[in-house]
Design a protein around this ligand. Structure first.
Ligand SMILES: CC(C)(COP(=O)(O)OP(=O)(O)OC[C@H]1O[C@@H](n2cnc3c(N)ncnc32)[C@H](O)[C@@H]1OP(=O)(O)O)[C@@H](O)C(=O)NCCC(=O)NCCS
Length: 301
């Protein structure tokens, strides 16, 4: 199959979305193709398309790490099912590696680049992508997973009421409320001081936007913790964090379930807690179970 590689332009986007809906065979990824592509394209980066017989046959989006300018990321690669095994992904990845090297990358990760990411790495069910990563010289260096919380029935542990816990917190001087745009600076500052810039970016993208949100806890003027949803993906929850000194008061469980209840009210039957850390916390606080598993890859250029 003859094909050529070109730089992605805005005019390609409708065809890119159609291709992603066809190529991403995990249904929730196909369903969120539009949000995935638009979020990834909000960051400066590289984009290439493969054209075969005058039609779009493949797409790749990449970026430079928001934490380390010597690290490149491939954020999305997809090839039309009928155009596979003709070297299109190989050619797209090769072009992207060259472009990322030109921007200063000494290595490339097949891994999420927070706060702009659609997956932590390659979902293991995209087995051809795992095979391609290995064939293209990438090595698996980490594993990540999401947990799924069931929002489909009122008695779900993910939807347990928070009122009694909030009263206990109030008696200890802790207030919980939904974040509004005026809260973003304080919350982003809290995330940067206690966690990382990526989380600050995800909070900023969650507050005041349709289909997303953030709750936080304060004592006086002091922020003690936050929980956000809908930034990386409309159906995903996270990040969340409680200041080390305020852990153990029950703040995290309340903030988590306030978010999950809103996602339920918005009509979601399930939410994915993305790129999880504390499995026992989410298992206990929301009855969540590990579901999506991702392999993360690295290659030195
Ligand atoms: C992963 C994907 C992009 C590969 O695209 P492609 O154009 O078919 O890949 P290439 O033809 O360039 O393959 C390069 C090498 O990868 C390996 N490979 C690719 N698909 C493979 C498969 N199904 N089985 C085994 N090896 C495979 C081979 O070694 C191949 O080289 P070879 O054909 O000379 O043996 C494509 O399968 C796809 O779009 N999948 C769905 C989207 C996806 O999974 N994206 C990642 C989401 S996290």
């Amino acid at each position: 199959m003859d094909f050529s590689i070109a730089v992605l332009t805005d005019a390609d986007v409708p065809a890119v979305l159609a291709l992603c809906r066809e190529a991403l065979d995990v249904p929730e990824d196909a369903a969120e193709a539009e949000q995935i592509v638009s979020r990834l394209r909000e960051q400066p980066g590289v984009g290439f398309v493969a054209i075969a017989d005058g039609t779009l046959a493949g797409v790749l989006l990449g970026s430079i790490s928001h934490r380390d300018s010597s690290v490149g990321h491939i954020d999305l690669v997809a090839v039309r099912p009928d155009a596979r095994r003709h070297g299109i992904a190989r050619a797209l990845v090769g072009r992207a590696e060259g472009a990322l090297a030109g921007k200063g990358a000494a290595e490339v990760l097949l891994a999420g680049n927070p706060p702009y990411y659609a997956w932590p790495g390659i979902d293991v069910r995209y087995t051809p992508a795992i095979c391609a990563a290995i064939a293209l010289g990438y090595e698996q260096d980490r594993t990540a997973w999401n947990m799924t919380a069931d929002l489909s029935y009122e008695k779900s542990p993910a939807l347990r009421p928070t009122e009694a816990a909030e009263e206990r917190l109030a008696a200890a001087g802790v207030t919980v409320r939904r974040a509004v745009p005026d809260d973003i600076d304080a919350l982003a500052g809290f995330a940067r001081a206690n966690f990382n810039d990526g989380w600050a970016g995800e909070i900023t993208h969650s507050v005041g936007r349709e289909g997303a949100g953030c709750f936080f806890a304060t004592r006086g003027d002091e922020v003690l913790g936050f929980a956000a949803y809908g930034s990386s993906r409309p159906s995903w929850f996270g990040p969340m964090g409680t200041a080390p000194a305020a852990q153990g008061l029950g703040i995290g469980g309340v903030l988590l379930r306030r978010c999950l209840r809103e996602q339920h009210a918005a009509g979601l039957s399930h939410t994915q807690i993305g790129w999880v850390g504390p499995v026992p916390f989410y298992a206990t606080a929301a009855g969540a179970r590990i579901e999506r598993v991702f392999f993360l890859y690295q290659k030195n250029l």
